[in-house]
Design a protein around this ligand. Structure first.
Ligand SMILES: Nc1ncnc2c1ncn2[C@@H]1O[C@H](COP(=O)(O)OP(=O)(O)OP(=O)(O)O)[C@@H](O)[C@H]1O
Ligand SMILES: [Mg+2]
Length: 414
């Protein structure tokens, strides 16, 4: 007979690795929780609080910390019904992602810029018994949306499995503290739950990044979890039953298609939401300027008054090369091998901003972004360099008001 483990009865032991340590389990960018583990600093979720958690000195706080004030304001004014263990109602989660103004005047900044319906479908899916799969080309904010959804729904975006070709089954299920295991044999104390198991116990949202990079047999571990909502622990003759509120968000890259296709059994457990590239140049400029401003603030870069013209330029170049035609539709272009995503545009502008701040006159100029653009466009030197030269000569050179940019690009391309 199998004994169900009370969700609260098996507490993670002190040696439990957090997301980011060991076994392919890591936050998307490899962040590791602070090693300090002082008693009294633990929140109810077992995460380390205190200096360094939310604001001071942290390079990139988690979404739930960075936007704690917005989440609190939403929770306080949200009178719609909330699914079990959700911090907010689905409406409030969508507002958190898309932005808006609350009745008391609190402004919620938009996190995701894109079709409202996409966000509504994604949020609603999390309130059903199907998991959510965010699919799209690189840089379409899949990871970003997944983090913010988890933060808004469960107040915790850190229950992440980072998918790689080497992700083992233990990263999804559980591992063992071998010292304990050897000394005392298998016991709840020796068990090291993975992020998905913890989410099941807490009724929270777990995240799996880059699902299609995970080997197919390891992916299939998720089938029982998603269909039966249980995770058996045969060594203990027990199982962990998912508490209401548990769900899973996976992300997968369009370009990885064919690496490890999702099995149809697993695909059926997911509702797929495709995140599109920004529809218009204006929308993309908006996304880039918002993110650059946020990132610039966290890097203590000075705010740039006139950066918007250069941002428009980066976005125009990226969109034209990506789509293979100029914005006016007149000239056909060859597309380089790189993805030239919004995310890369954000990096190019942030890099330019740093150049302008440290080595320029504090104004973002063509010369500050030229090298970054070249680096993003020319990924495979043999082919991309020719494509870039053609674009420079045929399009950039002729364009009114782009002489400074043309010169700057010629200088770095030489
Ligand atoms: N539509 C959008 N709205 C808001 N931010 C966006 C949008 N598209 C891209 N971004 C920004 O792009 C950056 C990169 O996004 P993210 O890393 O989530 O992409 P991804 O789809 O996970 O890419 P990959 O497939 O490479 O993992 C984020 O900083 C995000 O803010
Ligand atoms: Mg991603």
């Amino acid at each position: 007979m199998r004994v169900s483990v009370d969700p609260m009865s098996v507490e993670p032991g002190p040696s439990e690795p957090g997301p980011g340590s060991g076994g392919g389990v890591a936050a998307p960018d490899g962040r590791v929780p602070a090693p300090v583990h002082t008693p009294g600093e633990e929140s109810a979720r077992g995460r380390v609080e205190g200096p360094g958690r939310a604001g001071s000195g942290v390079l990139r706080p988690h979404a739930e910390d960075a936007f704690a004030a917005e989440l609190a304001a939403l929770a306080a004014q949200d009178d719609r019904s909330r699914p079990a263990r959700w911090r907010l109602s689905p409406w409030a989660v969508a507002t958190y992602l898309l932005g808006g103004t609350l009745p008391d005047g609190t402004v919620i900044t938009p996190k995701y810029v894109g079709p409202r319906r996409i966000v509504e479908v994604a949020v609603t899916t999390l309130a059903t018994d199907r998991a959510l799969l965010l699919l799209g080309v690189p840089g379409t904010a899949k990871t970003w949306v997944s983090e913010h959804l988890a933060a808004a729904v469960s107040g915790d975006s850190t229950l992440v499995v980072q998918g790689t070709a080497g992700t083992p089954e233990e990263a999804i299920r559980y591992g063992w503290n071998y010292a304990q295991l050897l000394a005392h044999g298998p016991s709840p104390d020796a068990l090291v739950p993975g992020p998905v198991m913890r989410a099941m116990r807490e009724g929270a949202v777990a995240r799996v990044e880059e699902l299609t990079r995970i080997p197919a047999d390891v992916q299939d571990t998720l089938i029982t979890i998603l269909s039966e909502k249980t995770l058996p622990i045969p060594e203990l003759g027990q199982e962990v039953l998912a508490v209401r509120g548990f769900n899973l968000i996976a992300t997968a890259n369009d370009r990885d298609r064919g690496v490890n296709e999702l099995s149809s059994a697993l695909r059926r457990r997911f509702n797929t939401v495709v995140l599109p590239l920004p529809e218009s140049a204006e929308a993309e400029v908006d996304i880039v300027s918002r993110r650059v401003e946020q990132i610039g603030r966290s890097l203590d870069l000075p705010a740039l008054p006139d950066g918007i013209d250069e941002i428009r330029r980066v976005v125009t170049v990226f969109r034209e090369l990506r789509s293979g035609v100029t914005a006016d539709g007149r000239t056909k272009l060859k597309s380089p091998s790189g993805t030239l995503s919004t995310a890369e545009a954000i990096s190019v502008v942030t890099g330019g901003l740093a150049l302008a701040a440290h080595f320029g006159d504090g104004v973002l100029r063509a010369g500050d972004i030229a090298a970054g653009i070249l680096g993003a466009v020319v990924r495979e030197p043999a082919t991309d360099r020719v494509i870039w030269q053609e674009y420079l000569e045929a399009v950039v050179r002729e364009r009114d008001g782009w002489t400074d940019f043309y010169r700057a690009c010629r200088e770095v391309s030489a």
